[in-house]
Design a protein around this ligand. Structure first.
Ligand code: HEM
Length: 451
């Protein structure tokens, strides 16, 4: 067979280029739909990947919001994405169209950790029976071990007391509270999952925190985004382990803790924690191939609760401390309310919240101001929807609908000085949130604004 040369090679090149362009156009055909949200012009093959600063996505989205408005579109290689900004758009999508937007885009980058059809965890689970089963289980177990019941409350107050002692030990010289806050929050989550708290000088606790910090860095930036949209790259032998070493080490550590925990479990006794409750469900589900209660999924659920609960909560607490330092007048009013309602003798209880409107308003304001998950977690549309006058199609090939709740431009209004001044009139915050039919302005998405 002769080699292709000259004209033949040129013709073949043009044919391949036309073929690739057609495939590319096929993948972005949604953009031609009437009333599809506007967005920056994508490049063939790459889409808008080179137009976004993946180290500072909030800033990139803020600039795009200025140009295109609250609802704009992106093309991530071949995957279309819609970014929503501001309370109205986010609420319309996640509340009015909750059924159509509750799905999650599939994340191939987690497959090497064990994410699979029967082990989807809870955060990234696709909308369906497993999604429902795991959310119900997580919420009901947290209720049984916590929220409203004594046990989680006890764990939290005992941990708070250890944290205060550790802070007191630092008295007299400046220190960063971050590590201690991380340790305390990690202990509360560990109590819920393993009924176990670590001493603050435990090496394994330090390792969990280090790995969590490293894995969050691994998950940001361009590389995971590219691997998610071009998952075939993940098949390169050894690549996932090289790109995500902290994720792998974190899962290995959780596995170690789970194995130890199983050894002390007595199935005849009531569950001590979420892991025991999950294992009881695994036993009940034996022989049911549809069930999401299996050993592989337990690892994913535990990893999800650690990663979702840890940094979010400790970063919120760090913001609270900073804002109290910056606003001593507010700090004084909170302390006054604490002294009046709780006093200095007994620990606080969940029930105290109802009698502490100023403190609750401050907590809500801290969450709004901190805005610590500005881009939220991506959602996926499972049906065509109308949103703020735009048409958002259901796209079978897996588009993601990113929700920049408090993110994008909304950050600037949440973080504005005028907002913080609401604290001098906490009643405003309180009243705004008590209006019947009014949205909570402190959804974790940070989508809140108080008039
Ligand atoms: C101040 C603390 C927290 C903040 C700001 C926060 C924020 C968020 C956000 C923005 C989402 C995505 C919601 C969406 O689907 O759009 C989320 C989901 C989730 N968070 Fe949190 N979170 C916090 C604390 C926690 C804690 C303590 C836990 C558990 C230990 C937790 C477990 C979860 C889970 C399981 C999901 C997935 C739920 C779902 O997909 O329906 N979070 N959180």
């Amino acid at each position: 067979m002769g080699l292709l040369t000259g004209d033949a090679l040129w013709t073949l090149g043009v044919a391949v280029a036309i073929f690739l362009l057609l495939v590319d156009l096929m993948h972005r055909r949604q953009r031609w739909a009437a009333r599809y949200p506007p967005g920056p012009m994508p490049l063939p093959g790459l889409g808008n990947l080179l137009q976004i600063d993946f180290q500072n996505m909030t800033n990139s989205f803020q600039k795009l919001r200025f140009r295109f408005g609250d609802v704009f579109s992106l093309q991530l290689a071949w995957k279309p994405a819609i970014v929503l900004n501001g309370l109205a758009a986010v609420r319309e999508a996640l509340v009015n169209h909750s059924e159509d937007t509750s799905d999650r885009p599939w994340m191939p980058v987690y497959e090497h950790l064990g994410l699979g059809p029967r082990s989807q965890g809870v955060i990234m689970a696709t909308y369906g029976p497993a999604w429902r089963e795991q959310r119900r289980f997580s919420v009901s177990t947290m209720r049984n071990f916590g929220l409203g019941k004594k046990s989680l409350e006890r764990w939290v107050t005992e941990e708070a007391s250890c944290l205060c002692t550790a802070f007191a030990n630092e008295a007299g010289h400046p220190f960063s509270p971050r590590t201690l806050l991380n340790k305390a929050v990690c202990n509360v989550i560990s109590s819920l999952i393993y009924a176990h708290r670590f001493e603050y000088d435990d090496q394994r606790l330090a390792k969990i925190l280090d790995l969590l910090e490293d894995l969050l860095k691994e998950e940001s930036g361009l590389v995971p985004m590219v691997l998610n949209v071009v998952p075939v790259l993940l098949r390169i032998p050894g690549l996932p382990g090289k790109v995500f070493p902290a994720q792998k080490a974190f899962m290995a550590l959780l596995d170690e803790l789970l194995t130890e925990h199983r050894m002390t479990r007595d199935p005849a006794q009531p569950p001590r924690d979420l892991t025991d409750a999950f294992l009881a469900e695994v036993e009940k589900a034996k022989g049911n191939p549809e069930s999401s209660f299996n050993d592989e999924n337990l690892r994913m659920v535990v990893a999800d609760l650690f990663t979702a609960g840890m940094v979010t909560t400790s970063a919120t607490l760090a913001w609270a401390l900073l804002l109290m330092i910056l606003h001593p007048d507010v700090q004084r009013r909170v302390q006054q309310e604490i002294d009046e309602v709780i006093g200095q003798v007994r620990p606080p209880e969940m029930g105290d919240q109802a009698c502490m409107p100023f403190t609750m308003a401050v907590i809500h304001e801290v969450q709004r101001f901190g805005d610590i998950v500005p881009l939220g977690v991506p959602h996926l549309t499972t049906r065509d929807i109308e949103l703020q006058g735009f048409f958002i199609p259901k796209v079978v090939s897996g588009p993601s609908m990113a929700t920049a709740g408090g993110g994008g431009l909304a950050c600037s209004s949440l973080n504005s000085q005028s907002h913080w001044r609401c604290l001098s009139q906490p009643e405003r915050v309180w009243e705004a949130e008590e209006q019947p039919g009014q949205p909570s302005t402190t959804e974790p998405q940070g989508a809140g604004e108080v008039g």
